[in-house]
Design a protein around this ligand. Structure first.
Ligand code: SF4
Ligand code: SF4
Length: 481
């Protein structure tokens, strides 16, 4: 190692942002946030035009009243955090998760059947990757129990694990859901562990008895809903083309009123013509009473009628930013706003996330289909091409290794020079497959959008950390939904 006094420095890889009248750096190799005081700003300014020696930097700080020791210490601290680096220092790559990384979550697709025919559905629509032909439509109890056993075995060492129920329409197999809750709770308890449950539903089949069960068992509920009827009924339709809003709205209200043990979340799919984010948010949050509302643009090939064009995504961005401003106002008053997209990113920033992979798919999370096929996540369930094994024989480590090697951020050429990579890591594997035919391709169709949004969230994070830092403690435990 070169002694500090003889080092030459240049700027490290970072993204600058402001918040609450303070200046920050988002340090890319570490995914960490560094606040710049006047002295640290002076170091950064000094290096803006090129390299400088340790001595030159210390001298600059001495002119600002720093003692030699304090100046030297600051330069060293900035070097260790990689805000400044030595010119020949090799770039730092994100470490792979350890081999045999234990599972945390299992997404159980209880059925691949659905009572709606949403035009954009990734499971049944034009962009589907599933090949369900000849496979069971509903999961049976043996497969479900084997899946629970698999999760508990593969997660050894974790005190608590998570099961998400998914479909098709999850509630079309509600009897099995009840069995799994009882079985998994009992098996985990015998090992001195716990299981936490959630489900995603289209809400058409909710009944008072189901709502009671979900509440009694503290099962988190996400409802797929696209806003007021003029938006929701465009694409979320029954097979006869009739919209589903009128059926689900009263059931959703009953759910929110009757299920008091977990927040109830709406998950909105934005499509061409369904981009009025603020109107949709107001309806779902204020008029129906959801605790949180999260938005995601539809995953699709670019030429589908319901895909959102660049102009549409620009409008979505503006509305995201307006809602994010409102989020900030709430946060500065110590109140929680319900815009999930900001909360999820703030949680990742607070926890210092630095991703090797865009999400937990195939890593801490797998999906299991009705047939018992194991997939990287719920979106790949029932797809022969993407199968990672079978519940009776376990994970195929070689297929899993291949999936993870492709999806590693270090394998994505475009991401190597992008400052947003600690959070984005190339974006959803499923979307990459639908767009580019390769789960390991970076989702380069939305890079500017992602960088703009990440910058907005950084600014909000910085402002909260400057003006109401205690608020951020709420994010210590939160996991992205
Ligand atoms: S996909 Fe785009 S935005 Fe995401 S890390 Fe890669 S280059 Fe950056
Ligand atoms: S981000 Fe994409 S690949 Fe990852 S879990 Fe979600 S749908 Fe699956």
């Amino acid at each position: 190692m070169i002694a500090a006094e003889t080092r030459t420095y240049r700027l490290g890889e970072f993204h600058r942002f402001d918040g609450g009248q303070r200046k920050f750096l988002y340090l890319v190799p570490a995914g960490a946030i560094f606040e710049l005081d006047h002295a640290a700003s002076a170091v950064i300014d000094q290096l803006a035009d090129g390299e400088a020696t340790h001595e030159e930097l210390v001298e600059r700080l001495s002119e600002r009243g720093f003692t030699f020791d304090d100046a030297s210490e600051l330069v060293e601290e900035m070097f260790l955090s990689r805000a400044i680096v030595a010119p020949d220092q090799p770039p730092e790559s994100v470490a792979n998760p350890p081999a045999g990384f234990p599972l945390m979550s299992l997404v159980m697709n209880l059925t691949n059947q659905c009572n709606l025919s949403c035009t954009y559905c990734y499971e049944f629509g034009a962009d589907k990757v599933a090949t369900p032909e000849g496979k069971p439509k509903f999961m049976d109890v043996e497969t479900a129990r084997a899946s629970v056993d698999f999760l508990l075995e593969q997660s050894a060492g974790r005190r608590s694990v998570h099961i998400t129920f998914f479909g098709g329409e999850t509630l079309m197999n509600f009897p099995l859901l009840k069995e799994v809750v009882a079985y998994a709770t009992q098996q985990a308890a015998e090992q001195g562990r716990s299981v936490d449950f959630s489900l995603t539903t289209n809400a058409t089949l909710l009944t008072p008895a189901i709502i009671q069960f979900l509440s009694d068992n503290r099962i988190g509920v996400t409802v797929s809903m696209d806003g007021p009827p003029e938006f929701h009924d465009k694409l979320r339709v029954f097979s006869n083309g009739r919209g589903s809003y009128d059926i689900i709205a009263p059931k959703v209200k009953a759910l929110i009123q009757g299920h008091r043990t977990r927040p109830i979340v709406a998950r909105v799919t934005l499509t061409n013509g369904v981009t009025d984010v603020i109107r949709i948010y107001r309806h779902l949050k204020d008029e129906l009473g959801f605790h949180e509302v999260g938005f995601a643009p539809v995953t699709t090939a670019p030429d589908r009628l319901y895909s959102i064009n660049e102009q549409g995504m620009g409008g979505v961005f503006e509305q995201f930013c307006a809602l994010a401003e409102e989020y900030l106002e709430y946060a500065l008053r110590g109140e929680m706003h319900g815009f999930t997209n900001v909360s999820d990113t703030i949680a990742e920033l607070y926890q210092g996330v630095n991703k090797s992979h865009p999400c937990g798919a195939g890593l801490g999370l797998v999906g299991v289909g009705p047939s018992g096929d194991i997939a990287p996540c719920h979106r790949f369930v029932d797809s022969d091409t993407h199968s990672l094994g079978h519940i009776s024989t376990g994970l195929d480590r070689s297929k899993q290794g291949d999936f993870l090697a492709r999806g590693h951020v270090g394998a994505k050429y475009e991401c190597q020079t992008c400052w947003a990579r600690p959070l984005c890591a190339g974006g959803c594997h499923h979307e990459a497959f639908v767009r580019y035919g390769d789960t390991g391709h970076a989702n380069i169709h939305y890079c500017d959008w992602i960088r703009g949004w990440t910058d907005t969230c950084l600014r909000i994070f910085g402002t909260i950390s400057a003006l109401n830092p205690d608020f951020l403690e709420k994010f210590a435990e939160r996991k992205a939904l």
